[in-house]
Design a binder for this molecule. Structure first.
Ligand code: SF4
Length: 180
């Protein structure tokens, strides 16, 4: 039996919707686990790819803070092929709307001025720095495959994964490019 392809995924600044769409491949998940080993994902015990690396790395979300940047660089270093999954990873997506307001105003609006907030404070963590701007993934690390959509359809995700598992680089076109 052929050796299984190792696959890891993680999320940066996103809403988890792209991973929900990945789970929407439904019964094709059985085919996936027959051909691939999911080494680390946000929904497995192991959260980050091991130092041995993986064949396919998948990242959802934009790069919004120093923790996102570290996760992106680690996934890039440890993946032969890196997929930017969804509009936030491909273009920056919805999180980049904060770039129009500037970081201080966006943080104040989100954590202090929100109508439902009482005595709000901008959170602070000494190990995490919020970036001046949220960026798409390829402004931080090189990307091999861009899979747009908010989220990309389960069919598009399955097409990309099944092509990679068959040893081919997927050519995304037509119905798999969801530009709505
Ligand atoms: Fe969520 Fe859409 Fe961004 Fe995916 S692309 S993380 S579904 S907002």
């Amino acid at each position: 039996m052929a050796e299984k392809v190792t696959v890891a995924s993680d999320w940066l600044c996103g809403c988890a919707g792209c991973h929900m769409s990945l789970l929407d491949i439904d019964e094709r998940i059985v085919d996936l686990v027959q051909l691939a080993t999911l080494t680390s994902t946000p929904i497995t015990d192991l959260k980050h790819p091991s130092k041995d690396g993986v064949v396919v790395g998948i990242l959802e979300g934009g790069v919004n803070n120093s923790a996102n940047e570290e996760v992106a660089k680690t996934m890039r270093e440890r993946s032969k092929i890196l997929i930017a999954l969804g509009d936030c990873a491909v273009f920056g997506g919805i999180p980049t709307m904060r770039n129009f307001a500037g970081m201080d105003e966006a943080l104040r609006r989100a954590y202090v001025e929100t109508e439902s907030t009482v005595d709000g404070q901008v959170p602070h963590h000494e190990d995490i720095a919020v970036m001046q701007e949220c960026r798409p993934l390829d402004q931080v690390v090189p990307v091999d495959i861009y899979l747009p959509g908010c989220p990309p359809s389960a069919d598009a995700i399955w097409f990309v994964l099944s092509e990679l598992l068959a040893g081919r680089m997927p050519e995304l076109k037509g119905k798999y490019l969801d530009w709505h």
